[in-house]
Ligand binder design. Structure first.
Ligand code: R5P
Length: 280
C-alpha cells in the first residue's frame, strides 16, 4: 500500500487502538429523510466529537457540514435507485474520484450486491473504483449490501466480504452474524460492522462488542446511534466498547449515566432565569 493510502487508513483506523468508530449517515441516498436524520445538521453536529470517521454522501457534506470539521470523511460512491424502486439493488457509481479529492475525503464506500440480479455490475464497478482510487491514494470500503431475501449468515457474509477483498477493496463493511469469526478470519482486509435496524441499546452494544471480540476493527453504525433515545450518550457507549473493550453491561451503564446527566443539564437550561428587573 502506498504512503498516502496508509496515511489515510490511519486517519480512519486509529493507530493507538487499531480500531475505529465510524458514523454512517448516508441513508438518505436511497431512503430520503429517514427517521432521525430529518434535520441532518442538528442530528450529526453533536456526535462529531465522538467519532473517528463520518460516512455520508457528497451532497450532505457540502450542504450540512462545516468544512472546519476535524473528522475524516468517507463518501458514499454508489446509488441511483430508491427504496420505491423494484430494482433497489441495481446501484451504479455516483461519485468521481476528483470530487472526492476536492472534498478532501480519505476514502469512498461502494455497495456490492453479491447474490442479487445485479451482482456482476456492482462487482465490476467495485474493481473500476479500486483502479481509480489507487491512482489517487483513496481508501475503498466495500459495503456488503443484503437484499430482503438474502441470508445474513456467516456463509453468505464471508463469501461477500472475501469477494470484496479479492476485487481490491481496502476495507469491508458488513453485518454482524453468528460465527462472525469466520467472516473476519477469511477476509484479509479490515472489517467494520454495520449496525442494521434499530434495536434496544443493550442489544446493539452487545452486537458491537461481539463483533469487536471476533476481530472487527470497529463499527460503521447509523440507525442504532441516530435513532437512539439519546444519540450523544449512545455514541459514547459504542466508543467505550470499540476503543476500551468495555463489556455491553458497562457500556449500557455509561449510556444511562450520560443520558441522566444530559437530561439534568437540559433541565437546567430550560429553567427560566429569575426576573430581577424590579431591583434596578
Ligand atoms: C448501507 O447501505 C447504509 O448506507 C448504511 O451506511 C449502513 O446500513 C449502516 O448503517 P446502519 O447502522 O443504520 O445499518
Amino acid at each position: 500500500m502506498q504512503w498516502g493510502m496508509k496515511n489515510r487508513l490511519s486517519k480512519i483506523i486509529k493507530p493507538k487502538t487499531g480500531r475505529t468508530v465510524m458514523l454512517a449517515v448516508d441513508h438518505g441516498y436511497f431512503l430520503g429523510p429517514t427517521t432521525g436524520l430529518e434535520n441532518f445538521r442538528e442530528a450529526v453536529k453533536p456526535l462529531m466529537p465522538y467519532i473517528d470517521t463520518l460516512f455520508l454522501t457528497r451532497g450532505m457534506l457540502r450542504t450540512c457540514v462545516e468544512p472546519q470539521i476535524g473528522v475524516p470523511i468517507m463518501l458514499r460512491a454508489s446509488g441511483g435507485t430508491s427504496i420505491l424502486s423494484k430494482e433497489l439493488l441495481h446501484e451504479g457509481i455516483t461519485l468521481a474520484m476528483e470530487d472526492a479529492i476536492r472534498m478532501n475525503a480519505v476514502g469512498i464506500g461502494y455497495s456490492i450486491m453479491v447474490g442479487a440480479d445485479f451482482e456482476r455490475d456492482t462487482i465490476l464497478d467495485l474493481s473500476k473504483l479500486v483502479d481509480d482510487a489507487e491512482r489517487f491514494g483513496l481508501i475503498v470500503m466495500a459495503v456488503t449490501a443484503v437484499g430482503k431475501d438474502m441470508a445474513k449468515d456467516a456463509r453468505y457474509l464471508s463469501l461477500a466480504c472475501r469477494m470484496a477483498a479479492e476485487h481490491g477493496a481496502h476495507m469491508v463493511k458488513t453485518y454482524y452474524c453468528e460465527n462472525f469469526e469466520k467472516v473476519v478470519d477469511t477476509c484479509p482486509v479490515p472489517i467494520v460492522m454495520a449496525g442494521g435496524k434499530k434495536i434496544p441499546e443493550l442489544d446493539s452494544l452487545t452486537m458491537a462488542y461481539n463483533a469487536i471480540q471476533a476481530g472487527a476493527v470497529g463499527v460503521d453504525m447509523g440507525r442504532n446511534i441516530f435513532q437512539s433515545e439519546n444519540p450523544v450518550a449512545m455514541i459514547q457507549a459504542v466508543r467505550a466498547v470499540v476503543h476500551e473493550n468495555r463489556t455491553p453491561k458497562e457500556a449500557l451503564d455509561l449510556f444511562n449515566e450520560l443520558k441522566k446527566k444530559g437530561a439534568s443539564e437540559s433541565k437546567k437550561k430550560d429553567e427560566k432565569p429569575v426576573d430581577d428587573s424590579a431591583k434596578v
